[in-house]
Ligand binder design. Structure first.
Ligand code: FRU
Length: 493
């Protein structure tokens, strides 16, 4: 995104209330378009997930937050906590802008060995590593206005102290130099930072989170470059007993269906350098509305991904009144081999199953559609099919598979309120990677979004929508027999 054009937005202060009705979810979270399965802030603007870390039986989700308006502004880190990544409690703001600038995206780690020295009285520090964005430097046309800083918490993320030696990593003169994702690299007993530097990823390492040394670069000539590289992530995954490293790189614009999107590389990492196994373009999610997605820290071998469920093309314009944007459903990532390709698969975390309202039932077409639910489809032979979500105004979203093109699609052309942005109405497609004769699809449906997971998560799409009446009917057509299951879900609020 272009940051300079947002400077005027601070004038649009809508409300300065910081009253958090933390347990009173009956009055909030039930407005028009309010997600019932997804995290959204009680009020005001949110973009990227930040600092996702698991600690002491609690999942932490920090996020890019502007607590004074429903559009982007001087960035803070908002905070929410959850026992299961599905039901969230919003907490007070964690990090406020300061003399070094706004608090842009970054990550959090648990410094169990107290390498930073921030731990006290046996308390393990949670350390946040983030970008300080200096708006004055940006306005003055400088190129060194983004620097990396740290802060720590000794009370499970409730209160934070910024390090007096900030910034810990100074900008070498690259205008886009941000979004540090830090992990512990055990084989070499060091911290590793994956940083987006305009059109490439730069890796840095540190013994103590305070002193950083440049290791290597990756990507100036690899992957998609339709826009700036942002919000990276690096982590290992196993496939049939072999280890691989996955490098996630978010990109805006230049996504497969326009605007913001998340690409990834499969490769090897030796502690200093990342090498991709091939030059194939791969996307975590082909839909228009998953961005800035990265994974939780400190979850062991389980890799759980979450993204911002919007797109910079229209994120500031979507027709919600009190708040803007939600996060995707958390997704478990795995590696799979298909037709000689090594691919990431994403599936909704199993914790979502605890929100089932009953066992579910076989679907007949047409049927009533509950406000939030999962639809599951299975077929022995894949052929053309279409699933239509419909309301009483004949507005609709059509989801399906086009055999000739071998593509899945989501069509929200006539989904209701679409005119706030010219590229919002449209039909979005994604390749089918599976070469199996049969197929399956899970749809996660909420008040204003749909997430599609096909072929055990090999093809994924996310799209938001804003109908003028709720979609309360579903119908389907198919060239081959399909089994359909409807599983109503409870609201998380
Ligand atoms: C991605 C992004 C990040 C930046 C943040 C600012 O959506 O542009 O690169 O840190 O948002 O809010």
């Amino acid at each position: 995104m272009a940051f300079v054009k947002f400077s005027f937005i601070i004038l649009l202060i809508a409300c300065t209330s910081h009253a958090f009705a933390q347990n009173d979810s009956t009055k909030i979270y039930h407005e028009l378009y309010r997600p019932q399965l997804h995290f959204s802030p009680q009020a005001h603007w949110m973009n990227d997930p930040n600092g996702m870390v698991y600690f002491d039986h609690t999942y932490h989700l920090f996020f890019q937050y502007y607590p004074n308006a429903t559009v982007w502004g001087p960035m803070h880190w908002g905070h929410a906590v959850s026992p299961d990544m599905i039901h969230w409690t919003q907490m007070p703001v964690a990090l406020y802008p300061d003399s070094l600038g706004y608090i842009f995206s970054g990550s959090a780690v648990i410094d169990s060995n107290n390498t930073s020295g921030f731990g006290k009285d046996g308390k393990i520090p949670m350390v946040a590593i983030f970008t300080h964005h200096d708006p004055k430097g940006a306005d003055a046309g400088k190129n060194n206005y983004q620097n990396e800083s740290i802060a720590y918490s000794l009370d499970n993320g409730a209160t934070w102290t910024k390090y007096s030696g900030n910034p810990v990593l100074k900008n070498p003169g690259i205008s886009d130099f941000r979004d540090p994702k830090v992990m512990w690299y055990a084989p070499q007993h060091k911290w590793l930072m994956t940083l987006a530097a305009k059109d490439r990823i730069t890796f840095y390492s540190s013994p103590n989170l305070k002193k950083w040394t440049r290791e290597s670069d990756f990507g100036a000539t690899a992957g998609a470059h339709g826009g700036v590289w942002e919000c990276p992530d690096l982590f290992p995954l196993q496939l049939n007993g072999s280890g691989y490293w996955i490098l996630i790189v978010n990109l805006n614009p230049g996504g497969p269906n326009g605007g913001s999107a998340t690409q990834y590389f499969v490769g090897q990492f030796d502690g200093n350098k990342f090498t991709a196994i091939d030059n194939k373009l791969r996307w975590v999610d082909y839909g228009p509305d998953e961005y800035a997605g990265i994974t939780w820290s400190n979850t062991g071998d389980r890799k759980i991904f979450l993204g911002w469920m919007s797109n910079w093309e229209y994120g500031t314009k979507v027709p919600t009144a009190k708040w803007r944007s939600a996060m995707t459903i958390p997704r478990e990532l795995n590696l799979k081999q298909e037709d000689g390709n090594i691919l990431l698969s994403s599936e909704p975390v199993k914790e979502l199953d605890h929100y089932k309202a009953g066992k579910g039932s076989m679907l007949t077409s047409p049927a009533n559609l509950p406000a939030q639910c999962m639809l599951k489809f299975k077929m022995d032979q894949i052929d053309d099919y279409a699933i239509t979500l419909l309301n009483k105004l004949s507005e609709k979203v059509v989801i399906g598979y086009d055999r000739k093109a071998n593509q899945y699609y989501i069509d929200r052309t006539r989904s209701g309120r679409v005119n706030f942005e010219k590229n919002f109405a449209g039909r979005f497609t994604a390749p089918r990677f599976s070469t199996q004769p049969g197929s399956d699809m899970t749809l996660v449906i909420d008040a204003a979004s749909i997430e599609l997971f096909a072929d055990n998560g090999l093809t994924v799409m996310t799209a938001i929508y804003f109908p003028n009446a709720p979609f309360d009917k579903v119908s389907f057509e198919s060239a081959q027999p399909i089994q359909q299951m409807l599983i109503p879900l409870k609201s998380i609020w």
